[in-house]
Write a protein that binds this ligand. Structure first.
Ligand code: HDE
Length: 717
């Protein structure tokens, strides 16, 4: 029977009682439309006072207006997602830029230029709904395509591999990772004993661990984050021919991270940092964009990769199988209501369309029943597909009936198939080739409960990832391991981790162990533990540069630049630099000691956006300090102003100091006179002929995102 969506388009017959009632309702709703009513439509005369017996007497139970309001309020919460509870989402579209007819019959992947509406939800994994955005964590990257053949959900992460190989271990992983059950601490953090205890006994997690300790786990923005389907899927063409496929989302703005110290500070200063960033960018019309890239692999190639494509702890380096860009994802509309859309959206890796299929990845297989199951308790019943955000864009009809929160009004006496009594012919099964056809993979084997030996190599790709990082990125990974393990109270757990790490890289293990008060890493001790496999496979490449986030430079579009100003600032060179930044798509904000205006050296009143007290440096990508002796002196006298600049310096951000303002760095022992400027610090004068070059140098420095090689240990901030 038709859903209410299809019923809405049904032709009305004369005398149809429903049509009559609809007309009547339409006429009614024109009445009190701007007046507050109860849920039954009764106009509410007073929304401030309860009904009481006498002016100072007790409230009356008969006050249905008060009762309805409070009862609804009492039930406003639904269970938060057991994982990925904290999310931010937006609407947009996917546009195909390269036809995939050869590989898949999926309708939305056929015609170049075709656009499919999408809803995308980003999330952290471990924290609860009210936790902070910038914690060290894996980010969810879930995309719902509303295609003409049904909804297709690509429910991925911002890292291409996962902690475990088999769904059987997922509840254990999440129990270990979540706050410890006796005191519910720590929130949204893996830095505690139970996580590392479990992980130290699960060598298959080694690859994911180095990703989690890398800068990938602290993205600068959702807009600057890659996405991955993680599992290997299949594309199936009209002839039934299949290819394995790995999905990649590549951000147009480049992939960038925060500094760890910065991420922790932002968690306090603005816990909504990532969701605000996404919201504001879309609000300003700077629509975030990603390319969809595919790695297409035939069976023959798959057999030669040296690892099992069904193992979700492995990735296929782009250097081995290149990524082909086939489309773009654009997010261009913020949600209207977070609960109705971001909260109630129900993703499911099992929502697929003809032309896309699963593989036997045992982690993926386990997800296929879990996601419906979780919605049953989270969204309260089996009709969550009727919620507006989850409804397919194409008609859907079947004989499923009733249940909690059913909104469709199914008509007629027939709710079974086959039948001869239904009046329409639209719900037939035609028995032909139409619709979803599973890839006819040949299967004949005994039932087993055993891990495939082809999954046994737990470390080679962790080593590949480590070897592919820049020197600075390696230091960040070491520091992250040290940070997390320093929070682990049980020395034996710390020891097991570094023993395992010795199988990834000897130096990594030794450096991590240094501040932990434990013995030297012992690879043999790790290898002797139960469940440990010492299989090492030669990888097809020794390093994969695509795994590093450090690139030569890129756009500065949408970057936020702080301008530190004191009274008496010279605006000449500053104005040229500011204009160049704006032309390149960045924004500037003036920060000063107080709101209102600040007077320049020529007496011009410059409007102030924020104060040093209320807007910290961690909210910006770079800092610009105009010249002028009086301004520089004022900034030097103001601890908050100097701290602002030094903290940005410590977080390796691009800095441009003009004229006398260089003194702020000098006083802190940075940028000594006569010496070369530190990496990413542009020192300029007010000299008119040098202004354009100054602006250019600063833009290049911002484009590099961070200057991680800058020595910062001595910086007090
Ligand atoms: Fe999920 N996962 N997951 N997961 N997952 C959920 O579903 C689960 C896994 C991922 O923005 C839950 O609707 C099991 C891998 C994302 O709404 C739940 C297993 C990957 C999101 C669930 C996995 C993911 C979820 C919680 C192992 C990366 C958020 C609420 C078999 C490819 C989607 C919900 C959103 C959400 C179960 C493994 C990604 C409980 C059992 C691997 C991005 O059903």
């Amino acid at each position: 029977m038709a859903s209410s969506r299809t019923e809405g388009s049904r032709k009305a017959k004369p005398g149809d009682p429903v049509t009559g009632r609809q007309k009547q309702l339409e006429a009614f709703t024109q009445g009190p439309e701007n007046l507050l009513t109860t849920n039954q439509g009764v106009v509410i005369p007073d929304n401030h006072n309860s009904l009481t017996a006498g002016i100072r007497g007790p409230s009356l139970l008969e006050d249905f207006i008060l009762r309805e309001k409070i009862t609804h309020f009492d039930h406003e919460r639904i269970p938060e997602r057991v994982v990925n509870a904290r999310g931010a989402a937006a609407h947009g579209y996917f546009e195909l830029t390269r036809p995939l007819v050869e590989y898949t019959k999926a309708d939305f992947l056929q015609e170049v230029g075709s656009r499919t509406p999408v809803f995308v939800r980003f999330s952290t994994t471990v924290g609860s709904r009210g936790s902070a955005d910038t914690v060290r964590d894996v980010r969810g990257f879930a995309v719902k395509f509303y295609t003409r053949e049904g909804n297709y959900d690509l429910v991925g992460n911002n890292m291409p591999v996962f902690f475990i190989q088999d769904a059987m271990k997922f509840p254990d992983l999440i129990h270990a990772l979540k706050p410890e059950p006796h005191h519910e601490m720590p929130q949204a953090s893996s830095a505690h004993d139970t996580f590392w205890d479990f992980i130290s006994l699960m060598p298959e997690s080694a690859h994911m661990l180095v990703w989690l300790m890398s800068d990938r786990a602290i993205p600068r923005s959702y807009r600057m984050m890659e996405g991955f389907g993680v599992h290997t899927f299949r594309l199936v063409n009209a002839r039934g021919g299949a290819h394995f496929v790995k999905f990649h989302w590549r951000p147009k703005l480049g992939k960038h991270a925060l500094a760890w110290d910065e991420a922790q500070k932002i968690a306090g200063k603005d816990p909504d940092y990532h969701r605000r960033d996404l919201w504001e960018a879309i609000d300003r019309g700077e629509f975030p964009e990603w390319e969809l890239g595919l790695q297409l692999i035939d069976e023959e190639r798959a057999a030669k990769l040296g690892f099992d494509l069904l193992d979700p702890t492995k990735l296929v380096p782009e250097e081995v199988v290149p990524v082909t860009v086939v489309g773009r994802l654009v997010l261009n509309r913020n949600v209207d209501n977070v609960f109705s859309e971001t909260e109630q959206v129900a993703f499911h890796p099992g929502h697929i369309v003809p032309g896309i299929d699963f593989t036997n990845d045992p982690l993926l297989q386990g997800r296929l029943f879990s996601y419906t199951d979780t919605q049953l308790s989270r969204l309260g019943g089996p009709n969550f597909h009727e919620l507006p955000i989850n409804r397919g864009a194409c008609p859907f009809h079947n004989f499923q009936r009733d249940g909690m929160h059913r909104t469709a009004i199914n008509k007629g006496r027939v709710s079974y198939e086959p039948n001869t009594l239904a009046t329409g012919s639209e719900f037939r099964i035609d028995g032909g080739e139409q619709g979803f056809q599973s890839h006819a993979e040949a299967l004949e084997s005994p039932k087993v409960r055993r891990r495939s030996p082809s999954f046994d190599d737990h470390f080679s790709q962790a080593t590949l990832f480590w070897n592919s990082q820049s020197a600075a990125e390696k230091e960040h990974i070491i520091a992250a391991f040290q940070f997390e393990l320093s929070k682990v109270e049980t020395p034996g757990i710390r020891q097991r981790i570094v023993d395992n790490l010795a199988h990834v890289d000897g130096r990594l293990a030794r450096k991590v162990a240094e501040p932990l008060g434990i013995s030297q890493p012992d690879a043999r001790a790790a290898a002797g533990r139960s469940g440990f496999r010492t299989v090492v496979t030669k990888q097809m490449v020794e390093t994969a540069p695509s795994l590093s986030m450090e690139t030569g430079g890129g756009t500065i579009q949408t970057r936020r630049i702080a301008v530190l100003m004191g009274p008496g600032a010279e605006l000449g060179a500053f104005k040229v630099v500011q204009q160049a930044l704006l032309d390149a798509g960045a924004t500037t904000k003036v920060i000063a000691a107080h709101l209102g205006t600040v007077a320049s050296s020529s007496g011009q009143q410059v409007p102030v956006d924020h104060t040093f007290q209320t807007m910290p440096s961690v909210m910006f990508d770079a800092v610009l300090v105009p010249g002028g002796a009086a301004s520089a002196q004022a900034l030097l006298r103001d601890g908050a102003a100097s701290h602002f600049l030094l903290e940005a310096y410590k977080h390796c951000k691009a800095i441009c100091v003009i004229g006398e303002s260089v003194e702020i760095l000098r006083r802190a022992g940075l940028a000594p006179e006569g010496g070369p400027a530190p990496a990413g610090v542009v020192i300029g004068t007010n000299e008119p002929t040098a202004r354009l070059q100054l602006a250019q140098d600063f833009i290049v420095a911002i484009g590099k995102h961070r200057h991680w090689t800058r020595p910062v240990d001595q910086v007090v901030a």
